[in-house]
Design a protein around this ligand. Sequence first.
Ligand code: SF4
Ligand code: SF4
Length: 127
Amino acid sequence: MDSDSKVFVVSSDLCSGCRNCEIWCGFITGKRRGFAPDAGHIHLHSDMEGKLNIPELDCSGICERNEVGEPICVEMCPTGCLIFTNREDFERKRTSWEKARRVQPVFKLIVPWKYPYPWRELRKEEL
Ligand code: SF4
Ligand code: SF4
């Protein structure tokens, strides 16, 4: 990853398997005529044991973006496990996520920047 170009990064341990990314990608790819997950550029697989959800992309971020530059698959991902980012932003996000999940267990399920409402660190005895 160079410092400017953006790539997709997936944190499979946070992927819930909801398939929102597939559904919305198929909707955009199909020119908004209906939901067609098979027609999209992202598809959900699982690991050999069937325990881990693994979104696989055949895409370089080609479709329309929202006001903060996210493609719809990223915007609609409820856990934030799918991001489209450059190296600087990725490193900043990874650092904030690692710190947040040590003090607030909810960030073992979602990323801290996805829903930017105030959250508090738990005390040691609450963890
Ligand atoms: S950026 Fe995401 S939503 Fe858009 S075409 Fe690619 S995989 Fe699909
Ligand atoms: S990547 Fe996000 S939207 Fe896609 S299945 Fe996983 S949690 Fe759902």
